[in-house]
Write a protein that binds this ligand. Sequence first.
Ligand code: TMP
Length: 250
Amino acid sequence: MAKGAKIYEGKAKTLYEGPEPGTIIQYFKDDATAFNAEKKDVIDGKGALNNRFSEHFMQGLESIGLPTHFIKRLNMREQLVKRVDIVPLEVIVRNVAAGSMSKRLGIEEGTKLNRPLVEFSYKDDSLGDPLVAEEHILALEWATQRELDEMISMALRVNDFLSGTMHAVGIKLVDFKIEIGRLTENDYQQLVIADEISPDSCRLWDIETGQKLDKDVFRRDLGNLTDAYSEVARRLGLLPKNTTTPKLVK
Ligand code: TMP
């Protein structure tokens, strides 16, 4: 499918005009960044794996009635999605303390939370995506109260779905981040899950061994990132067993 003009280049994906109005082609790059792009690398195979993961999870969410931006995967690196206005918030759900929460509050990584915790960060790289309270979101009109309530409810449903999916293959869903968009169709506006869902935006720990199978492998120099992602893909049935990471045609 021919790509239209480039709309936006992010750290891990590039967006192009799609073939129909209201569509976008999302191209998954092999670039990996951490700490607001202070650490960077190109990791062969990451883009193709994340394209496949995102397809799998978005389709799964649609199957339980959660609307997403996903239309179809086009090829190894690209998927067709609906054009949405992204709410300028990262919606984070945590089941277990880790990462920035552990650092900020001095809580040991791995401490189980007695209920899932929903956090919001304001999406602004120049500010380092700061954590914000619901009151900031309402006072600054980043979302309405109705949208905020719906985003929390959607995020918790995504958490239930992803936790169950991962648990079934021996993986603990520690936390994840989603982005939500406003989709306008036939004069009707609704919130949908957008962006991507992949091990770039989740923390995934092997239930038996505690081995990290997510982007922390890159952030913390714990080994080969595509090996970790391929292991998750294999367990989910997205890669044939006994295969090595696919080599890509760029
Ligand atoms: P954090 O503990 O660093 O705040 O991360 C929480 C979750 O959000 C974790 O699953 C990783 C994900 N995440 C992103 O997807 N993008 C980001 O830029 C950051 C900082 C975290």
